[in-house]
Write a protein that binds this ligand. Structure first.
Ligand code: COA
Length: 259
């Protein structure tokens, strides 16, 4: 069910999820997080959807977790809060369809962490990325201390986490936090063009490749290679693999069925 807080639009096999609480710069309160989780579960299990783009309404992507919900929280509440956000974002990361963040404005705190949980980030030159939690006497709690150093390396991650200073889209692109950079007016078309490129490929292979990267990042190289070989071999049972290789040999475009 569509709600006011999260808008879902589906077009040409792409699901667009818009976080829609612009008066609070799309800050993630419990309701927004719940609706986001539901929307992502629905799109993730919808066979008619092949890629998902997440963006924000208005001038913000997401300006973080809702500070009002944290202000008086006890240790136990903070623990539950972090675990809840982490679970929602981990599920997004484990979606076996490409999930692209189209970062239109503020991606601060939980917003930056949401972008980090997406598979690929497209940033507007007007975007502002940052992890300002230490300014609030907090630390990133929705995965920022773990995903950011894995993505950009320890030094650039600690620069953002310890200084709490935001960086713009251009700088985010320079350090590898954003994968693609676009002017604000071409942000969504850039994200959709990227989604289209992914969708031209085998959905089964996309799912397995995504799993290989996700699983492998936490393994030793040896274990990661073993995991890759197993996932590679599993495609021997797929029609898409037969179709993709045959289409190449027959010099025609493949018609993937996603099985
Ligand atoms: N939680 C709750 N409310 C938030 C919020 C957040 N993370 N971020 C913004 N808002 C609210 C503001 O309180 C304000 O609400 P109000 O109009 O009822 O007062 C509204 O969104 C607009 O924000 P405002 O601060 O007036 O806009 P601005 O352009 O002056 O500043 C930011 C924009 C993003 C720099 C500023 O809102 C900010 O620093 N937000 C917090 C970012 C943060 O620390 N995130 C990590 C949280 S753990």
């Amino acid at each position: 069910m569509p709600s006011d807080l999260i808008l879902v639009e589906t077009r040409q096999q792409i699901g667009t999820v818009t976080i829609n609480r612009p008066d609070k710069l799309n800050a993630l309160n419990a309701a927004v997080l719940g609706e986001l989780e539901t929307a992502m579960q629905r799109l993730g299990s919808d066979a008619g959807i092949r890629a998902i783009v997440i963006t924000g309404a208005g001038r913000s992507f997401v300006a973080g977790a809702d500070i009002g919900e944290i202000a008086n929280a006890s240790r136990g509440t903070l623990q539950a809060f972090a675990e809840r956000g982490q679970a929602v974002f981990r599920a997004i990361e484990q979606t076996r369809k490409p999930v692209i963040a189209a970062v239109n404005g503020f991606a601060l705190g939980g917003g930056c962490e949401l972008a980090l949980a997406c598979h690929i980030r497209v940033a507007s030159t007007k975007a502002k990325f940052g992890l300002p939690e230490v300014k609030l006497g907090l630390i990133p709690g929705f995965g920022g201390t773990q995903r950011l150093p894995r993505l950009v390396g320890r030094g650039p991650a600690l620069r953002l986490i310890l200084s709490a200073e935001p960086i713009d889209g251009t700088e985010a692109h320079r350090i590898g936090l954003a994968d693609l950079l676009a002017e604000p007016e071409t942000l969504m078309t850039t994200a959709y063009t990227l989604a289209d490129a992914c969708m031209a490929n085998s959905p089964v292979a996309i799912a397995r490749a995504s799993e290989a990267v996700d699983v492998g990042l936490d393994l030793s190289l040896e274990d990661g290679l073993r995991s890759e070989a197993t996932l590679f071999a599993s495609l021997g049972d797929s029609n898409d693999m037969r179709e993709g290789t045959l289409a190449f040999i027959e010099k025609r475009a493949p018609a993937f069925r996603g099985n």
